[in-house]
Design a protein around this ligand. Structure first.
Ligand SMILES: NC(=O)c1ccc[n+]([C@@H]2O[C@H](COP(=O)([O-])OP(=O)(O)OC[C@H]3O[C@@H](n4cnc5c(N)ncnc54)[C@H](OP(=O)(O)O)[C@@H]3O)[C@@H](O)[C@H]2O)c1
Length: 370
């Protein structure tokens, strides 16, 4: 590691980085707040001035070709939708002339997509709206950062091929465990390490609800608290019925283990089917119920290995299991590797600013390496 931080030298003016936001909800606002707070550091340490040329939602848009500072965008948009009429995402992207698309739309009703598309005759995999946004950005010569797991879980082969063909890059650290480095850890800190398997508590909302149920609260009450904190998915079924965790498993398996699975291939558990009595009773015996998502490669002759399988289970863990300590609003994963044995990564207090930090770190990586 280089010692300390080298102040930006050799450039009279910082380089402008122009962003187009698609989706302007909790994470986008937290990212703008972070970018505003870091403006001085971005300029003095990295020689960057980040400006926003467009922001779009389904209910409004903001097009500012001259580029607005993140604090100005926050002040302009306030708590409501962006002030100009909504524009189709592709149109806004093209008009933004941005360097980077920041894709922060919601992941959509994956259960609806799945039942609607796959069960009627095994048609092609569903394509999330965000996949279209990302492919459009590549066609327009933009790189992409996203916290939206749907395109990585459902469309990774298409997205990675399109990025390579267009010579563009995409980063998505916050798709799996907010800003907790997993993809970056594997890519930069564990060179040549093969990921053999994963056991993880991937969904903070259900983890919080499990601990709340264990102490006598109701599911609706605990879910309401997560929704108020901006942590629950827009559609609660994505959290409660396992679609969020299944999407994270598919994203990690596809990117880091070369799998070719979708969330439909991940065996899911619904928290609605886990009795509060079971959670409380386990707690009474000093054990902890956790929704554990496992990813593993079936044994097969090297170097190819067998197929990758993923599934969730409501497991009762001994108190000294590393994931038993991942309680409440925390997330964690035990990464089984070949060269570094087992690596535990854990994020305590996983809130929206940590998701925004993951997007920030991805954005900085793109800027520092271009
Ligand atoms: N919140 C977290 O802690 C967290 C953690 C990890 C990952 N993520 C992921 O980060 C993304 C953003 O999360 P969030 O909490 O910020 O969501 P959010 O508060 O629900 O905001 C979603 C935004 O996306 C917009 N949107 C939805 N569909 C759109 C479309 N087709 N075109 C344009 N805009 C669209 C919505 O606009 P309208 O209101 O006009 O519909 C809204 O502005 C999601 O994919 C989520 O899964 C979130």
């Amino acid at each position: 590691m280089t010692a300390g931080h080298t102040p930006h030298e050799g450039r009279a003016h910082p380089r402008d980085v122009r962003l187009c936001f698609l989706g302007f909800g909790n994470v986008a606002r937290a990212l703008c707040t972070l970018l505003a707070a870091q403006a001085h550091v971005l300029g003095s340490r990295h020689g960057l001035r980040v400006v926003i040329t467009a922001a779009g939602t389904r209910h409004g848009s903001l097009l500012a070709p001259e580029g607005l500072a993140p604090a100005e965008v926050l002040a302009t948009i306030g708590d409501g939708p962006p002030p100009q009429a909504a524009r189709p995402a592709g149109e806004l992207l093209a008009a933004s002339a941005a360097d980077v698309l920041v894709e922060l739309t919601e992941m959509g009703d994956l259960s609806g997509l799945a039942t609607g598309t796959r069960r009627r005759g095994g048609g092609p995999a569903p394509v999330p709206a965000a996949t279209g946004h990302i492919l459009d950005a590549f066609r327009l010569g933009m790189d992409v950062v996203t916290a939206n797991k749907a395109p990585i879980a459902w469309s990774w082969p298409q997205i990675s091929a399109a990025a390579a063909a267009a010579g563009r890059r995409i980063r998505f650290e916050s798709t799996v465990m907010d800003g907790l480095p997993v993809f970056s850890l594997l890519e930069f800190a564990l060179p040549d390490c093969a990921l053999l398997g994963v056991e993880a508590v991937f969904n903070g909302t259900t983890n919080f609800i499990i601990d709340a149920l264990g102490s006598g609260r109701t599911l609706d009450d605990a879910l309401g608290e997560m929704q108020a904190a901006g942590l629950a998915e827009a559609d609660p079924a994505n959290d409660l019925d396992g679609w969020d965790a299944a999407s994270k498993a598919a994203a990690l398996a596809n990117v880091a283990m070369g799998a070719d699975i979708t969330p439909l291939d991940v065996e899911r558990v619904s928290l609605r089917d886990v009795a509060a009595e079971r959670i409380a009773e386990a707690r009474g015996r000093g054990r902890r119920v956790r929704l554990v998502t496992s990813i593993r490669r079936d044994p097969a002759p090297a170097p190819v290995g067998g197929p990758v399988r993923a599934g969730m289970r409501a497991e009762e863990l001994d108190i000294d299991h590393p994931l038993a300590a991942v309680g409440g609003d925390s997330l964690g994963a035990l990464l089984h590797t070949d060269l570094m044995a087992d690596v535990l990564v854990c994020e305590r207090r996983a809130y929206v600013p940590q998701t925004a930090y993951g997007v920030y770190a991805d954005l900085l990586h793109l800027c520092r390496t271009s």
